[in-house]
Design a protein around this ligand. Structure first.
Ligand SMILES: Cc1cc2nc3c(=O)[nH]c(=O)nc-3n(C[C@H](O)[C@H](O)[C@H](O)COP(=O)(O)OP(=O)(O)OC[C@H]3O[C@@H](n4cnc5c(N)ncnc54)[C@H](O)[C@@H]3O)c2cc1C
Length: 537
């Protein structure tokens, strides 16, 4: 073997997987076609769950330092132009304000980390630099994946490296994090299904030094992150992390028109440069399978959503973090066959759910946009009625895009072979997050009396038996059962009464990704059986 895991694609998902594997000491080789990360805009918001994940990887502070300053508002507007009173203003807390809210939370309903606006072109180099520091990770840019073959023991990938030379790389597993067109998925003959090519837009990136400082302009909207223009071209302006770069999306016929569209939207003279302009298509697609044999797929390779709801990269980071510890456990020998098999069971249902959440948000967006009428700019009673109506509908429908806390935090793995599946449980909802320790859920964030967070006590290396509220229930037999299987495990006693209140049980068994395997008020009847199930046997 040249390496243990070959990762194809150094987008945010492949890079996050490489970092997670690297921190677990797993040897992996990350293969990327591009020569270097590119300055092209795509995602710009890491959601709260992704930021919790980056905190566990020790990256959250660096991501925040590179991203949008904490005090900048995250408000969303519906506008005619930037100089006119907004038709709708939806205020959302800056990171600074969200942190204050989180600091005062006591019921597990808020995440440990708020969201963070960071442009994909800032995030990728940051993740790449981190991956390159990890001794077990080899990062190879300028290296294109061509094909693969797999057998009982491993996978052989043929790649084209520097100088156009073809070579083979042999690994125990290969993960395709190679984006929507995924050559790896195509090699496996796995299809994407759903709604393709829903809308084609152009996206342009502008450098504009003075726009942010000029906002608010006239009676126009204040500082924020998204400005949706009420027109018949689906136009919207997004502030990027530097506050000196903006992207505009619009349905227009030529790149040149994107300049006119920017000027129309901003509506005051500003110095700007259009740095790039590219078409892109909206899709709502899900792969039939998340891999085959020793080849697995993650990120856009298996789910494509519209940007509404911001669930593209964020869902992919969730895939990476589900897969990392399972690959490590399998390679280290303590993981049974169900460990890797559970990846598709757990993550495909979340992919399906998030494609659904994105559809729900996109339909909302389309609904308020369908209220546009040609008289929207007229100073007439009819024009006013059009504006009022569009704003009224947008006040309901646009929120669907921006308020997805249930989809972000409330996902729960159902019918997984490595979870103690109890029928029922709180209904996962897109917009409402109900803290729960139902098996399969993420451990809610709770502050301890000393001001530290429970999540920070949970080691990423192995399983954790949490014993809460000074309980005396027997957790030792369970930890012993994991040890007998060679799986890393720890028991942590937290006497804090609040954590016991929110979590509702004396004992909670957690996986390395902080999802709940099992809970109870006394030790399990058969600890060996529970440990066998949790480790995939
Ligand atoms: C306008 C827009 C706004 C968005 N906003 C958000 C947002 O706010 N939040 C969010 O979560 N998501 C958002 N997204 C979606 C997000 O950008 C994607 O979901 C994310 O990039 C997926 O990451 P990935 O690593 O799976 O794939 P990609 O980022 O597509 O990376 C795949 C990588 O694989 C490489 N590759 C492909 N083929 C090969 C090959 N043969 N050999 C080697 N390497 C190869 C590619 O070069 C690329 O670097 C947005 C997308 C768009 C278009």
């Amino acid at each position: 073997m040249d390496t243990e895991v070959i990762i194809i694609g150094a987008g945010p998902v492949g890079l996050t997987l490489a970092i997670d594997l690297g921190r677990r000491g797993v040897r992996c080789m990350l293969v990327e076609r591009k020569d270097a990360p590119q300055f092209l805009p795509k995602m710009e918001r890491c959601n709260a769950r992704t930021m919790e994940i980056y905190r566990r990887l020790g990256l959250a502070d660096r991501v925040r330092a590179a991203g949008l300053p904490a005090e900048v508002p995250m408000d969303v507007f519906v506008v005619l132009t930037m100089i006119e009173p907004p038709l709708l203003h939806l205020p959302y807390p800056s990171v600074e304000a969200a942190r204050k809210e989180i600091a005062g939370s006591t019921d597990g309903a808020l995440p440990l980390e708020p969201y963070q606006l960071i442009s994909q072109y800032t995030l990728e180099p940051l993740l790449k630099a981190e991956a390159e520091t990890l001794p077990s990770v080899t990062v190879r840019y300028g290296c294109e994946f061509l094909s693969l073959e797999q057998d009982e023991e491993g996978v052989t990938a043929t790649v084209r490296g520097a100088g156009g030379r073809d070579e083979t790389i042999r690994g125990a597993y290969l993960v395709g994090c190679d984006g929507g067109a995924s050559p790896v998925r195509k090699e496996l003959g796995i299809r994407l299904r759903g709604e393709g090519n829903l809308l084609e837009l152009r996206q342009a990136l502008y450098r504009c030094e003075d726009l942010f400082d000029k906002i608010p302009i006239g009676n126009g909207p204040g500082k924020g992150r998204h400005y949706h223009v009420a027109d018949d071209r689906a136009t919207f302006l997004i502030m990027q992390d530097s506050t000196r770069h903006f992207t505009l999306h619009s349905v227009v016929d030529s790149d040149e028109e994107m300049k006119a569209q920017f000027e129309r939207t901003v509506a005051v003279p500003v110095d700007y440069e259009m740095l790039s302009c590219n078409p892109w298509r909206q899709n709502l697609l899900l792969a039939d399978n998340y891999g085959f044999g020793r080849v697995l797929l993650a990120g856009d390779a298996v789910h494509l959503v519209t940007p509404s709801g911001g669930l593209g990269m964020n869902t992919g980071v969730g895939d990476a973090i589900d897969l990392g510890w399972k690959l490590a456990g399998t390679l280290q020998g303590w993981g049974g066959p169900n460990l890797l098999d559970s990846y598709e069971v757990e993550r495909r249902q979340i992919g399906e759910r998030n494609v659904g959440a994105s559809r729900y948000a996109s339909v909302g967006r389309r609904k308020w946009r369908s209220q546009w009428r040609p008289d929207i700019r007229e100073a007439t009673p009819a024009g006013q009625a059009t504006r009022d109506n569009l704003a009224r509908v947008a006040d309901i429908e646009q929120r669907k895009t921006n308020e997805m806390i249930g989809a972000e935090l409330g996902y729960r793995y159902i019918d997984s072979p490595i979870i103690d599946n109890i029928p029922g449980g709180p209904e996962p909802r897109f917009r409402v997050y109900q803290p729960t320790t139902w098996p399969g859920a993420r451990l809610p964030h709770v502050w301890l009396g000393d001001g530290t967070a429970v999540q920070d006590r949970i080691p990423a290396e192995g399983y954790t038996v949490l014993r809460l509220g000074g309980a005396t229930a027997d957790g030792a037999a369970l930890t012993e059962a994991f040890r007998e299987r060679g799986a890393p495990v720890q028991m942590i006693d937290l006497e804090d009464a609040r954590a016991r209140d929110v979590y509702g049980f004396d004992l909670i068994l957690l996986r390395p990704d902080m999802h709940i395997v099992w809970r109870g008020n006394r030790g399990p009847d058969d600890p060996a059986e529970l440990a066998a199930m949790a480790t995939g046997h």
